[in-house]
Design a protein around this ligand. Structure first.
Ligand code: ADP
Length: 492
C-alpha cells in the first residue's frame, strides 16, 4: 500500500522535476520552429512556383494572342502556324487552351469538345472588360488564366483632328495549365524535409537528454552532499558554487547545519554540566560518609554534625533536580502555557511576603512600589518563578543591610516589573553569559549561598514564553536592576 502511494508520488514527481521540465522546454523550442520552418518553406515554394508558372504562361499566351489577330484566327481557325503554337503551349504545360470570340462563342478548344458552344463565365466577362485573371485551384491541381485578345484600333477625334489609339478586345483566351509538376516537386521536397526533420528531432532529443542532465547535476550534487552529511560520512560544510541558486540553497543549509551543531554542542555541554553539578553534592556526601566510617570512635555530636552536612548536600541535590525539571518544562512549546487573568499586584505581594523572612536574616529591606493596578493574561506558575528568581537573586547577591526595590508599572500594551538591588553588581564581561544554564559569576560564592546557576535561565525562558523581554543594567559594587516587560494580553 505504502509502496503504491510512493510509486504514484514518484510518477507525479518525475514530471514535476526540473530535469523533465528542461527536457521538455528544449524539445519544444527545438521541434516547433523546425516544423514551422518546414511548412513555411513548402508554402513559400508553392506560392512562388505557381506565380512563376502563371507569369510564364501569361507571357506565352500573350504572344499567341497577338499572332492570332494577324492570322484572323477568330474568324478562321485553320491557320496551321497558330494551331501549332497553341498545341505546343498546351503540350508544354499539359493544359487546355480555349479561344472565345466577341460573341462568347468558343472557336478553338484544344480538347476538341467545346467548340461552337457559348461560354459566359465570370472570368470571361471580366476579361472582356479588360481584366486579366489568374486563379489557382489547389485541390484539382491547375491554374486558370484568362488573357484578352486585343487589337489596337484607330479612333478619329473629329473636334481636335488628332487620332488617339484605343485597344479593342476581340476575344479571350482561356488557358488551364496543370500544376502536377509543382505538386511532384513539393512532394519530393516534403519527403526530404521529413527526413531532415527526423534527423534534427533525434539531434534535439540527444541534446535535450545531455543538457537536462548537465543542468540538473549541481542540484544532484547538493542532494548527495546533504545525504552524506545525513548519513554521517562528513561534517564539512557543503560547497556547490555552480549556480547562484545552489549557492543560496547550500548557504541556507550550512546555516541550519551550523545552528544544529551549536545546539548539539550546547546540549552536550548542558549534559556535561548537569552531570558535574549533580555529582558535586554526591561526592560531598560520599566523602562525609567515608570519613565517618573510617574514623574509629566518633562522638554523637560529630555524627550529628556530619549528618547535618549530608542532609544539606541532599537538599542541594534536590534543588538542582527541581530547577532542572523547571527548565525542561520551559523548553516545551508555548502551547503548554496555562493562561489566566491574574492580579499582578496581588501576586507580587504574596511572593514578597514569602521572601521577606529570608531578607530579614541579612537585614535587607524589600520594598514594593506599584505605580498602578495591573491585571494581565499570564501563566501564574511561570510568572511566580520569574518574580521569585529575580527577587531571590536581589536578596542573595545583596550586601548586609542593603535594600531591594520592586516596581510595577504598565502602559496600554505591556506591564513592567523592575527589580533593583544595592548588591554586589555584575561585571560587564559576565552580563552576556548571565542567562546561560549553570553560569555563575562567582561559582564558590553562589554555591555557598545555595545557587544552582539555573535561576536566570528559567526566568528568561518563562519571559520569552510570554513573548516578553528581559534586560539588565548593573554597576559592580553598587547594584543591579532587572527590567521585565510582558504583554498585558497574551498573544498566541
Ligand atoms: P544562581 O542559582 O547561581 O543564583 P542564577 O541563574 O539565578 O543562578 O544567576 C546566575 C548568576 O548571576 C549568579 O550566580 C550570580 O553570579 C549572578 N547574579 C544573578 N542575579 C544577580 C544580582 N541581582 N546581583 C548580582 N549578581 C547576580
Amino acid at each position: 500500500m505504502w509502496d503504491k502511494i510512493k510509486a504514484g508520488q514518484m510518477g507525479v514527481l518525475s514530471w514535476r522535476s526540473l530535469k523533465a521540465r528542461i527536457f521538455l522546454i528544449i524539445i519544444l523550442t527545438g521541434v516547433i520552429p523546425c516544423i514551422m520552418i518546414k511548412y513555411g518553406i513548402l508554402d513559400n515554394y508553392e506560392e512562388r512556383a505557381v506565380s512563376l508558372r502563371t507569369s510564364d504562361v501569361q507571357t506565352q499566351v500573350k504572344i499567341i494572342a497577338d499572332h492570332l489577330l494577324n492570322y484572323n484566327y477568330l474568324q478562321e481557325t485553320s491557320s496551321e502556324v497558330i494551331n501549332a503554337e497553341i498545341d505546343q503551349l498546351s503540350n508544354l504545360y499539359d493544359g487546355r487552351v480555349i479561344i472565345i470570340n466577341s460573341n462568347f462563342k468558343i472557336v478553338k478548344d484544344t480538347y476538341d469538345i467545346s467548340e461552337g458552344r457559348t461560354m459566359i463565365s465570370e472570368e470571361v466577362i471580366k476579361c472582356f472588360k479588360g481584366q486579366n485573371t489568374a486563379s489557382y485551384d489547389e485541390k484539382n491541381g491547375y491554374i486558370e488564366i484568362t488573357t484578352p485578345i486585343m487589337q489596337q484600333a484607330s479612333v478619329s477625334d473629329g473636334e481636335k483632328g488628332t487620332k488617339p489609339e484605343e485597344d479593342v478586345i476581340k476575344g479571350v483566351m482561356l488557358t488551364s495549365v496543370s500544376t502536377d509538376s509543382i505538386a511532384v516537386t513539393m512532394e519530393i521536397l516534403g519527403r526530404k524535409a521529413n527526413v531532415l526533420e527526423i534527423l534534427i528531432g533525434i539531434a534535439i532529443l540527444c541534446f535535450a537528454v545531455v543538457l537536462s542532465n548537465i543542468l540538473v547535476r549541481p542540484f544532484n550534487r547538493v542532494t548527495d552532499a546533504i545525504n552524506e552529511i545525513q548519513e554521517g560520512y562528513t561534517e564539512e560544510l557543503i560547497s556547490v558554487p555552480d549556480y547562484v541558486e545552489t549557492v543560496h540553497i547550500v548557504d541556507a543549509f550550512n546555516q541550519v547545519l551550523a545552528r544544529m551543531k551549536r545546539l548539539d554542542d550546547s546540549r552536550q555541554e548542558f549534559v556535561a554540566n548537569v552531570s558535574h553539578e549533580l555529582k558535586t553534592p554526591i561526592t560531598s556526601v560520599k566523602v562525609l560518609a567515608d570519613s565517618l566510617r573510617d574514623q574509629g570512635d566518633v562522638s554523637v555530636e560529630l555524627y550529628k554534625e556530619f549528618m547535618e552536612d549530608i542532609a544539606e548536600e541532599i537538599d542541594r541535590e534536590n534543588k538542582i533536580i527541581n530547577d532542572l525539571l523547571a527548565l525542561v518544562k520551559m523548553d516545551k512549546t508555548a502551547a503548554d502555557l496555562n493562561i489566566s487573568v491574574v492580579d499582578i499586584n496581588e501576586l507580587t505581594e504574596i511572593i514578597l511576603k514569602r521572601l521577606r523572612p529570608i531578607a530579614r536574616k541579612r537585614d535587607i529591606e524589600v520594598v514594593f512600589e506599584s505605580i498602578r493596578q495591573v491585571t494581565a493574561e499570564i501563566d501564574e506558575v511561570k510568572m511566580t518563578l520569574i518574580i521569585t528568581n529575580l527577587v531571590e537573586n536581589a536578596i542573595k547577591y545583596n550586601k548586609e543591610q542593603g535594600s531591594v526595590k520592586v516596581l510595577l508599572d504598565a502602559d496600554h500594551q505591556f506591564f513592567v516589573l523592575q527589580v533593583s538591588d544595592t548588591g554586589i553588581g555584575i561585571p560587564e564581561e559576565a552580563m552576556e553569559h548571565i542567562y546561560e544554564r549553570f553560569y555563575r559569576v562567582d561559582k564558590s560564592h553562589s554555591r555557598e549561598i545555595g545557587g544552582t546557576g539555573l535561576g536566570l535561565a528559567i526566568t528568561r525562558s518563562a519571559v520569552l514564553m510570554h513573548r516578553g523581554s528581559i534586560k539588565l543594567t548593573s554597576v559592580e559594587g553598587e547594584g543591579t536592576t532587572f527590567v521585565v516587560r510582558i504583554p498585558l494580553n497574551y498573544i498566541a
